[in-house]
Design a protein around this ligand. Structure first.
Ligand SMILES: Nc1ncnc2c1ncn2[C@@H]1O[C@H](COP(=O)(O)OP(=O)(O)OP(=O)(O)O)[C@@H](O)[C@H]1O
Ligand SMILES: O=P(O)(O)OC[C@H]1O[C@H](OP(=O)(O)OP(=O)(O)O)[C@H](O)[C@@H]1O
Length: 215
């Protein structure tokens, strides 16, 4: 049995089509069920069990070995730094971790920055030699800059629609983010063959996509 922890929400939505193209069986009702565990017996990839977890919890499930592999954004892998192997960049869920704020603050020294990524924000502002107070929030980060709690936000930007709708602009692009396939360290040894079958199927699709883009 191979157990796969998927970050539910955007990450799973973006990655499941890739999974299907790779021929890895996906439970038919995974997109619209409230269930969190799905099992598929006797697939060409062996028995598969899917777990749908909160994105930040996926590396935890994988590190502790209750999931053999997982799919989660690079943003979360870097912020939480769990002890897992990163096997593959799946290329889906592309967005950027950015510093943003109100245009009037672009050239002022920030006192505070709001983020869901305190560790990465701290690393970034230290690297800039800026002494800022990190204000950790759980979501709707843009609100902090709009309402004047902070002069900067450190958050994901995809289409830019949320920034635009709130009168904010990007000051700096810090990191490209995509979904990654991760593995538990001991599963990587004990279930190597099953794991490699999944990786090879995904790699074949990714290579096909690259070839198509070159044409
Ligand atoms: N525009 C985007 N905004 C946020 N995350 C994105 C975006 N595009 C891709 N992602 C990826 O999706 C992940 C977040 O997914 P999602 O927004 O569904 O969950 P969440 O709202 O952060 O978590 P929660 O389950 O706590 O609501 C991020 O970690 C990132 O890797
Ligand atoms: O550039 P865009 O395409 O507008 O996407 C970026 C927005 O999406 C994410 O928020 P999410 O919708 O996950 O809500 P949250 O802020 O509550 O996490 C992110 O934190 C930005 O707010």
């Amino acid at each position: 049995m191979l157990t796969i922890a998927l970050a539910k929400g955007r990450t799973a939505d973006d990655v499941l089509p890739l999974w299907r193209r790779a021929g890895i069986p996906v439970p038919a009702d995974i997109d619209d069920s409230r269930a969190l565990v799905f099992e598929l017996a006797g697939t060409p990839f062996g028995d598969l069990r899917y777990l749908l977890a909160k994105p930040v919890d996926v590396p935890t499930y994988v590190q502790f070995g209750v999931a053999d592999i997982g799919v989660v954004g690079k943003d979360i892998l870097l912020e939480y730094d769990r002890d897992v192997y990163e096997l593959l960049d799946l290329g889906t869920g592309y967005c950027k971790l950015c510093v943003a704020g109100r245009a009037v603050h672009k050239n002022t020294r920030p006192r505070r920055v709001a983020t869901k990524y305190p560790r990465l924000a701290d690393e970034y502002f230290r690297s800039q030699g800026a002494d800022v107070e990190i204000v950790t929030l759980s979501g709707s980060i843009e609100l902090a800059a709009v309402i004047g709690l902070t002069e900067r936000i450190f958050d994901l930007v995809q289409s830019g629609a949320t920034l635009r709708a709130n009168g904010l602009v990007v000051f700096d692009e810090v990191l490209d983010v995509t979904a990654r396939l991760i593995a538990n360290r001991s599963s990587y040894r004990t279930k190597r063959a099953e794991l490699e079958r999944v990786v090879a199927a995904l790699e074949a699709v990714l290579a096909g996509q690259e070839e198509e883009m070159r044409r």
